[in-house]
Design a binder for this molecule. Structure first.
Ligand code: FMN
Length: 215
C-alpha cells in the first residue's frame, strides 16, 4: 500500500524508469557475466552429452536473431551427426595428403580424429554469392559472425562448452563436395558444442582503450 502511494507522486517517465531500472540492471549484469565468461573450449576438452534437440533448437533460434541487413540470411549450418563423422574424417585425411603428400600416418590419424571429438559438430557456411538486395559480402560476414556468437553465447548459457575450429581443410574442394556448397558459399569454420571436461584459465581480454578512439 505504501509503495502505491509513493508511486502516485512520480511522473509517468519516472514511473516507467522505476519499473524498468531493476530488471535492466539485472539484465545488463547477466549479459555482462554471460558474455565475458564465455571461453573457447576446444573439442578435445568436450565430452558427451551435447545439447539435446530442444537445446539445439534454442541455439539456432539465437542465430536467427543476428543483425541481417536486407534480411538475406547469409548463413547456414550443416550438422554432422555421429554416423556421418567417418565421411568428414576421410575428407580431413585426404585434404591433408593433398596439401602434404609426405604426411605421416600419425598426422593423417590426428587429422581423422578431429572429426570425432565434439558431441555436436556443425559446419558454418557463409552465403556470399549474388543476393537481392545486393548487400556487400563484408556486411554479410558480420551477420554470420553475429549469428555464430549468438550460438556460442546460448550454448554457454545452457552450460555447455563451445569452440570454433578451422584450418586449411576448410578450403579443400573435398570439403565443398562433401557439404555440397553452392557457388558463392564458403565454409567458414566448424562450431563444436559439448559438456566441458576440463577448463583452461580464461585469456585476458584486451582493454577497451586499446581499440576505441574518438574522431
Ligand atoms: C572463424 C574462427 C575460426 C577459428 N578457428 C580456430 C582453430 O581452428 N583453432 C583454434 O585454436 N582457435 C580457433 N579460433 C579461435 C578460438 O575460437 C578462440 O576464439 C580463441 O582461441 C580465443 O579464445 P576465447 O574465445 O576463449 O577468448 C577461431 C576463431 C574464429 C573466429
Amino acid at each position: 500500500m505504501g509503495h502505491v502511494e509513493l508511486e502516485s507522486t512520480l511522473s509517468p517517465t519516472q514511473l516507467a524508469l522505476r519499473r524498468t531500472t531493476e530488471p535492466q540492471a539485472s539484465a545488463s549484469s547477466f549479459a555482462d557475466a554471460l558474455i565475458t565468461s564465455r571461453q573457447n573450449i576446444s573439442p578435445k576438452r568436450q565430452v558427451e552429452p551435447g545439447p539435446n534437440v530442444s537445446q539445439l533448437d534454442q541455439i539456432f533460434r539465437c542465430a536467427a536473431s543476428a543483425p541481417d541487413h536486407g534480411l538475406v540470411r547469409p548463413w547456414r549450418f550443416v550438422i554432422v551427426p555421429q554416423d556421418k563423422r567417418a565421411l568428414l574424417a576421410e575428407v580431413f585425411a585426404l585434404a591433408l595428403v593433398d596439401r602434404d603428400p609426405g604426411a605421416t600416418l600419425e598426422q593423417i590419424e590426428t587429422a581423422r580424429e578431429k572429426a570425432h571429438r565434439a558431441p555436436v559438430l556443425m559446419l558454418v557456411v557463409a552465403r556470399l554469392g549474388a543476393c537481392e538486395p545486393p548487400i556487400p559480402a563484408l556486411e554479410r560476414m558480420v551477420s554470420v559472425g553475429a549469428a555464430v556468437q549468438n550460438m556460442l553465447l546460448m550454448a554457454h548459457g545452457q552450460g555447455f562448452g563451445s569452440s570454433l575450429t578451422s584450418g586449411q581443410a576448410m578450403q579443400s574442394p573435398r570439403m565443398r563436395q562433401l557439404f555440397e556448397l553452392a557457388t558463392g558459399e564458403e565454409a567458414v569454420c566448424f562450431l563444436n558444442i559439448g559438456t566441458v571436461s576440463k577448463r583452461k584459465a580464461q585469456r585476458l581480454h584486451p582493454e577497451a582503450r586499446s581499440f576505441v578512439s574518438s574522431l
